[in-house]
Design a protein around this ligand. Structure first.
Ligand SMILES: [Zn+2]
Length: 205
């Protein structure tokens, strides 16, 4: 019996970033430095045509070791789930050989992202085992500047992380992140919300 259905998939970082990996610093001591790298990768990602202006990395909070980097590759992979957080978390899990990034209690790993995660990555982050989340910001500016729909996020999203042992640091590298979103908004880059974006009708609550 021959089936036409797929049985596996692969998602890779874009070629330009794979080329960059060897030149990236192996450690970045501060959260500000780590976010600066994330903002740089986000700024390049949409120009290269891989997806939205989003990047993330996983780092060891104590040593500053960079475990993984990720960018949004929705367009280049053809997969709607291939957001930057998912890429960074998954590549970190592949690197440590576990679905649980918090399994080693001696090693506090953090996810650094250039804005508060969307609803999908909110879940991905919650289930990843990560111990800390560092974001550049959390307000409506991302959606206003880029046109992306981040989904129906809870107002208490940060408290929900904290309740599950994931500490949250906000407003690191905020101005640089906003500058990337503003530049993206002025560009002709594709906003790929499936049946979302300007056409989304928010139900009254
Ligand atoms: Zn996301």
């Amino acid at each position: 019996m021959v089936t036409h259905m797929k049985s596996a998939l692969s998602i890779a970082l874009p070629a330009w970033l794979i080329d960059e990996l060897a030149t990236l610093p192996s450690t970045l001591a501060t959260g500000e430095e780590r976010m600066a790298l994330v903002n740089e990768l986000a700024a390049r990602n949409y120009v290269e045509g891989n997806g939205g202006p989003f990047a993330a990395l996983v780092a060891d909070r104590q040593t500053g070791e960079i475990i993984s980097v990720g960018v949004n590759v929705v367009l280049s992979s053809g997969l709607s789930g291939a957001h930057a957080e998912f890429m960074a978390l998954s590549l970190a899990q592949a690197a440590v050989g576990s679905w649980d990034l918090g399994a080693d209690r001696e090693r506090e790993l953090e996810l650094v992202v250039n804005w508060r995660p969307c609803v999908m990555c909110y879940g991905s982050t919650l289930w990843s085992g990560i111990r800390h989340l560092v974001v550049a910001g959390a307000g409506p500016e991302l959606e206003q500047l880029t046109g992306f729909d981040e989904g129906p996020m809870r107002d208490d999203w940060a408290e929900q992380f904290e309740a599950r042992g994931i500490s949250v640091t906000q407003n690191v590298g905020r101005e640089a992140a906003l500058a990337v979103f503003a530049a993206y908004g002025r560009s002709n880059a594709l906003v790929y919300n499936a049946r979302g974006g300007d056409g989304v009708v928010i139900p009254e609550s």
